[in-house]
Ligand binder design. Structure first.
Ligand SMILES: C[S@@+](CC[C@H](N)C(=O)[O-])C[C@H]1O[C@@H](n2cnc3c(N)ncnc32)[C@H](O)[C@@H]1O
Length: 531
């Protein structure tokens, strides 16, 4: 199911870190909203104790995973945190989150077991992905627009959960109605429960009679894009952009991919002497279904069971990393060899650095630069647990400053640039709602600037590799074309020697396309500096 993993990837961990750094202000805002709500409901009959109470009542009537899901959705929406923020530490996070339930909803339920945690992950991921479509349905079943726009945040989350469970998870509808009505009554007030009851029952009737409202794809381009954006739950600007670049059918396929269950891969950490064969033995012992990667020797694809891998400590102990094959193929494009000097210009949290380092077989150095201290700390810790820290030199700096002052030139320079992340929307459930069209322009000029800086670090005859986890031509091919105009001493080195032909574009770049390859989207260009 969606968002199966609890701790997702090294990348996610760093973003969690970044999110945590900004969450305190947002938490104050959230606490304030929920405090206001709690104080106005302090007299409810069946309800929990007020949040000010020292020992919240144990309320076993409410299914704990729904309470936690609702709270997490509130946090994500109000706080802009990442969907897996509280899943990071696996089981332990359940306790953490129950604390939130107590403080914000004002009651306790039993603690979450593994099954509950999986349900929370599925419900939260799915509800976020389908938000635009769910809201369209909810709005169409409300008395009027004001009922929807004036709805309190928690009530809206409870409705979204109910709609998602009925429409997308196809759970037994009347059980879903009962459970969500109870949650609304306990967490809010009896009237809120009645409203949830009324709206969910209308939905069940429409679903049973096959007459759910559906956005009509008609009118001019903008109107059609709007309807598709609602039906497939994406922002309108993304849909328009994808139709422009990929055509309507591929845009739809891409949205369907983004809404599907994310697929996770593991990379065996050969730097620690743990081979893919060892990983496979472990996965078999743990009964985790998997396939060998068709593209990379050290990788396996998981069908399910990431939680089991996490709980077995394989990630914590550095035996493997969660890394998408699309990112692994970028390292294949870099093609590091023992004894070479490599610089990873935007390295943190270190997914690619670790793979590069393990490929050096203990000879050579990867200099890993990043502007973000917190993310770089994660990189350093991971390098230690992966036992590749002796070949990783972590540098906290802005690449633009570093490249101006560096006297050293490198054999291989990887710029894994900050980008929109439009290739990884299946794993990053909330990213689609956080990205704005305006971000694209800012990102493009940053990418140009960083490319210019990275090029200063390449020795004559050396290679600059530019990569992103985006599928957007303006962040990929266009940035390379613009760079080559500014830097005539660089030429395209086609990647066909490094990755399977299927991933090579007409211009000799590497492109992993979610629709075509069933991997995350990623891009890389090899640019050779003349001697
Ligand atoms: C796409 S992420 C890199 C992911 C990483 N390569 C990996 O595989 O785990 C981009 C990184 O660029 C860093 N960054 C952004 N601007 C930078 C700058 N001016 N100098 C150095 N790093 C920068 C960000 O902090 C972020 O960690």
């Amino acid at each position: 199911m969606q968002q199966q993993a609890l701790a997702i990837s090294v990348l996610t961990s760093a973003e969690l870190f970044a999110a945590a750094a900004t969450s305190s202000i947002k938490q104050v805002k959230f606490d304030k909203i929920t405090r206001q709500r709690n104080s106005s409901n302090s007299t409810r009959r069946n309800g929990p104790l007020d949040s000010a109470s020292k020992s919240p009542k144990l309320n076993l009537e409410v299914s704990p995973h729904r309470a936690v899901s609702a709270v997490r959705l509130m946090r994500i929406e109000l706080g802009g945190a990442f969907a897996d923020l509280l899943n990071e530490q696996g089981k332990g996070s359940g306790y953490n989150e129950m604390g939130y339930v107590e403080r914000t909803l004002g009651f306790r339920t039993r603690y979450l077991d593994d099954r509950d945690l999986r349900l929370v992950t599925d419900i939260v991921g799915g509800t976020i992905r389908w938000r635009r479509y769910l809201d369209y349905l909810i709005l169409s079943l409300c008395k009027n627009d004001d009922t929807f726009s004036g709805m309190e945040p928690l009530l809206l989350q409870i409705l979204r959960i109910g709609f998602y469970e009925i429409i997308k998870l196809e759970m037994p509808p009347y059980a879903v109605v009962d459970e969500n009505v109870r949650l609304a009554k306990v967490a809010l007030r009896p009237g809120a429960g009645n409203m949830v009851n009324g709206i969910l029952r209308k939905l069940v009737l429409l679903k049973e009679s096959n007459s759910l409202p559906a956005p009509k794809v008609e009118g001019d381009d903008r109107q059609q894009a709007r309807a598709l954006a609602t039906a497939y739950s994406h922002p309108v600007w993304m849909v328009r952009r994808w139709i422009k670049y990929f055509g309507r059918e591929e845009a739809i396929s891409l949205m369907m991919w983004n809404n599907g269950d994310p697929i996770f891969s593991l990379r065996a950490n050969t730097g620690k002497g743990f081979t893919r064969a060892d990983l496979v033995t472990e996965l078999k012992r743990l009964k985790v279904p998997h396939d060998l990667s068709a593209h990379l020797d050290d990788f396996v694809r998981l069908k399910t069971g990431m939680q089991i891998v996490i709980q077995a400590g394989l990630l914590r102990d550095g035996f493997c990393s969660v890394q998408d094959e699309s990112a692994g193929l970028v390292v294949a494009v870099v093609d590091p060899h023992p004894g070479e000097t490599v610089v990873d210009c935007c390295a943190a949290p270190g997914g690619k650095t670790l793979f590069l380092a393990s490929r050096l077989n203990g000879q050579g150095v990867v200099t890993a630069i990043d502007i973000n201290k917190g993310r770089l700390r994660i990189l350093k810790e991971s390098a230690k647990s992966h036992q590749v820290d002796h070949v990783v030199n972590a540098v906290h700096d802005d690449l633009r400053a570093f490249s101006e002052k560096s006297l050293v030139k490198y054999d291989k320079v990887l710029l894994d640039a900050p980008c929109s992340g439009l290739g990884v929307l299946s794993k990053r459930a909330d990213l689609r709602w956080n990205r704005r069209l305006e971000d694209m322009e800012e990102l493009k000029s940053l990418q140009d600037e960083l490319l210019d800086s990275a090029s200063l670090l390449v020795k004559p005859g050396g290679v600059l590799i530019y990569s992103t986890c985006s599928i957007d031509p303006e962040e990929n091919e266009e940035r390379v074309a613009s760079f080559l105009l500014r830097h005539p001493d660089f030429n395209i080195d086609p990647v066909s020697r490094y990755v399977p032909t299927d991933f090579v574009t007409g211009h000799g770049f590497y492109l992993s396309n979610p629709v075509k390859h069933s991997l995350d989207g990623a891009f890389a260009a090899r640019l050779l500096r003349s001697c």
